[in-house]
Design a binder for this molecule. Structure first.
Ligand code: HEM
Length: 453
């Protein structure tokens, strides 16, 4: 075991790089291509449906998953005041997940060939192994800790649990695809996997980080603790019900109830966190990271509320109780969660935390502004035109894909740049200047206010 000096390691770096590369090469690019295809007169054949599924998996486990894993390796031992084994589990889990995604993506793309079945199955096994190593390593951290029941810690534990379950569901789905020689994952199981990944794995970690670090950075009002715990309980209940409902082939009403429980839980977390309320006081600190990260975080949570309301209404429709939401033509609700909430939140958290972890400056905040605006426009178009088929709608969806793709590229440039020596030098120079001015200010108490933004 190597646990000494774990705190000096930057274990998240390769994960963040890998997450961005997967997002650009497999995730956002494929999604944009699927939406742009009809504009070029290319018919959406089965090949593109298989790519939709591979895109979903690459985005959930690759873009969001690898990012969350990297952050989790960095923050979980700190939150739990524990230590972590490194670097073998980190390297192993990252490469297993990447290899798993590559096998799954390639296998599903080559679905017409006999080679596809083993490739998809190997993808499932490798991805599960990666999630298992990740979960086991963090379980080791949590087990040694004496503080396991705080408002952030409970979400982290939930995230660890569901990350492994998500890997296991993906394994079962891919094995079934391989055995049946099926080009697509079985839809009801696939739905259970997507929401387990979204609410259980990714959102749990996001909520954990929000309950501790984001709350502190944004100086939010004290959290509603009881609502936080009810929210956790509802998410767990919802996901368990969904998995049982889908895998035991129960009535649609069970899945609808499950989604209502899970989305009510996620929505309640926003209320518990009080992130959409004003801060408890003015934030006066030495500025590190992207200045408008708070806007990103609040926009992300705004999207989460919108997504939860839409998902509840859709679930009521699906159970036959109401008829409120028009039929979707392009999964807009899914993308309110994944693009609007998860992606915007990652943009916000990363633009603040990476410069802090690295001791660097964001050199081109304007690029970050544009990335933020582009992702927001992409989601708005997706929601605005995702419910009806029309010529203008097809163009808007195509534009949404292209704009989102450019948004992720700009964000990647900002992040890669924030992990360079020149960004560290810029930060050091600014911090030194700040220290100098502060020093002068202590000598002459009535000096003018500091502004080194
Ligand atoms: C600009 C960015 C994106 C574009 C253009 C895009 C596009 C698409 C398209 C075209 C589909 C097929 C269904 C449909 O027609 O809507 C799809 C499905 C999906 N996408 Fe995205 N997407 C984007 C971002 C994301 C992100 C960031 C995530 C997750 C973090 C994500 C997760 C999913 C999932 C889970 C599915 C469902 C796959 C399935 O049916 O199994 N997408 N996306």
């Amino acid at each position: 075991m190597t646990s000494e000096d774990w705190s000096t390691q930057r274990l998240y770096r390769p994960f963040i790089r890998a997450s961005l590369i997967v997002a650009i090469t497999l995730g956002f690019s494929t999604g944009a291509a699927i939406l742009i295809m009809p504009l070029l007169g290319i018919e959406r054949s089965l090949t593109w449906v298989t790519h939709s599924q591979s895109h979903g998996i690459a985005q959930l486990f690759g873009w969001a998953g690898l990012f969350v894993m990297g952050f989790a390796y960095h923050v979980v031992p700190r939150f739990f005041r524990s230590s972590i084994r490194y670097p073998l589990p980190q390297k192993l889990s990252m490469w297993l997940v990447i290899a798993g995604l590559l096998f799954r993506f390639t296998g599903q793309s080559l679905y017409k060939m006999s080679l596809a079945d083993p490739l998809v199955a190997i993808g499932g096994v490798l991805l599960f192994a990666g999630m298992l190593v990740f979960g086991w390593t963090l379980y080791g951290v949590i087990r040694l800790s004496t503080s396991q029941s705080g408002s952030a810690e409970i979400w982290m534990i939930s995230g660890v649990f569901w990350s492994v379950i998500a890997g296991a569901l993906h394994l079962v789905i891919t094995l079934r695809m391989a055995v049946d020689s099926a080009p697509l994952g079985y839809a009801p199981w696939n739905e259970a996997l997507i929401y387990t990944c979204l609410f259980g794995f990714i959102a749990s970690f996001i909520f954990g980080v929000s309950a501790r670090a984001i709350r502190g950075f944004l100086l939010l009002q004290p959290m509603h603790e009881r609502t936080n715990r009810i929210s956790l309980l509802l998410v767990q209940l919802g996901l368990l019900t969904l998995i049982v409902g889908r895998f035991a082939n129960l009535d649609q009403g069970v899945a609808s109830t499950a989604l209502i429980l899970a989305s009510s839980g996620a929505g309640m977390f926003v209320y518990a966190l009080r992130v959409l309320e004003p801060s408890s006081g003015p934030i006066r600190r030495f500025a590190v990271g992207y200045a408008r990260y708070g806007w990103l975080v609040r926009t992300a949570y705004g999207w989460l509320v919108v997504g939860c309301v839409m998902l509840i209404l859709t679930a009521l429709d699906n159970s036959g109780m109401t008829d409120l939401i028009p039929v979707e033509v392009s999964l807009p609700i899914m993308h309110v969660f994944t693009l609007g909430f998860v992606t915007t939140l990652i943009f916000g958290a990363a633009s603040r935390f990476i410069p802090i972890f690295e001791g660097t400056d964001i050199r081109h905040p304007r690029l970050m502004d544009v990335a933020y605006v582009f992702i927001t426009i992409s989601v708005v178009l997706r929601v605005g035109f995702g419910f009806t088929v029309s010529e203008i709608g097809e163009h808007a969806l195509g534009a949404s894909g292209g704009i989102g793709f450019i948004g992720i590229i700009l964000f990647a440039i900002v992040v890669f740049q924030a992990m360079t020596q020149s960004a560290r030098d810029a930060y050091a120079a600014r911090a030194a200047a700040f220290g100098q001015v502060k020093f002068e200010a202590t000598k002459t108490p009535r000096s003018t206010e500091l502004n080194l933004m």
